[in-house]
Ligand binder design. Sequence first.
Ligand SMILES: NC(=O)c1ccc[n+]([C@@H]2O[C@H](COP(=O)([O-])OP(=O)(O)OC[C@H]3O[C@@H](n4cnc5c(N)ncnc54)[C@H](O)[C@@H]3O)[C@@H](O)[C@H]2O)c1
Length: 283
Amino acid sequence: MADLNTVGIVGSGIMASGLAEVVARAGFAVIVRSRTVAGAGAVLATVTKSLDKQVAKGKLEQDARDAVLARLDVTDHLGRLAGCDLVIESVVEDLSVKRALFEELEQIVKADGILATNTSTLPVIELAVATQRPDRVCGIHFFNPAPLMKLVEVVRPITASDDTVKQALAFATACGKDAIEVADRAGFVVNALLFPYLNNAVRMLEHGTASRVDIDTAMQGGCNFPMGPFALLDLVGLDTSVAILDALYAEFRDPNYAAAPTLRRMVAAGHLGRKSRRGFYEY
Ligand SMILES: NC(=O)c1ccc[n+]([C@@H]2O[C@H](COP(=O)([O-])OP(=O)(O)OC[C@H]3O[C@@H](n4cnc5c(N)ncnc54)[C@H](O)[C@@H]3O)[C@@H](O)[C@H]2O)c1
């Protein structure tokens, strides 16, 4: 793409690492910013491990692996993102944290750079109005694991220009994804439909209808889903899942979005899913 060359990514969690891999593999120069040197190193290590696995499986040439890593830079300085054509933030799902980050990015990133969020549910308009360039702000929502999942939701807050949305859609397509455009409503398309299902699976477990393993087996075998709801909650992260449900409930007041008590108790216990090696299952 002619006008998007360098892409900044903010964060060092599951999604930031996945995004770094996808975007660098698509041929863009990538700079990932974590708050700490250790976090930045962890992103590089995660991407390297993932690429090495693909080389070992014969799915990626060694030269291509080296070229991807040569395009990927990591830092703990936000100022390094100044020259980026596009910055995608992928930090914790907390509106006040994201808003403060957008205020900082506004000061740092060149005036015509697009500022995007990978939020799963939060109102993109709140981030747009934290900047002086609300026309250059949109959502670019990847799915987990980003290297494997085909979909990207491009979210259009009411302030976004057509050009911003067009560039974001073209960027997602250049990353090899199927891009859809969606209005700025909590949960967009996928999570608005998915989370009542996941939440009701937890309620079903609370009611003793079946065991977690049997509920997962039921939805795999009965609906041909690649994984059941508890395996998926563990993959998403239970803290992120509660944050998503809270944002959906705040917007729609639909009881299906009111997080099942078990989810909050598990988060309080630090049982966050795969990332803490314990959720509904142990890893
Ligand atoms: N997990 C998923 O399945 C998924 C899928 C699509 C989008 N998302 C979205 O991606 C974003 C990141 O989610 P994740 O799953 O990678 O989370 P994660 O818990 O793996 O990572 C969160 C990141 O936020 C950083 N962080 C925490 N507090 C911070 C603060 N105060 N200031 C700056 N950074 C802070 C952490 O250091 C970490 O890098 C969220 O907006 C989430 O909704 C998640």
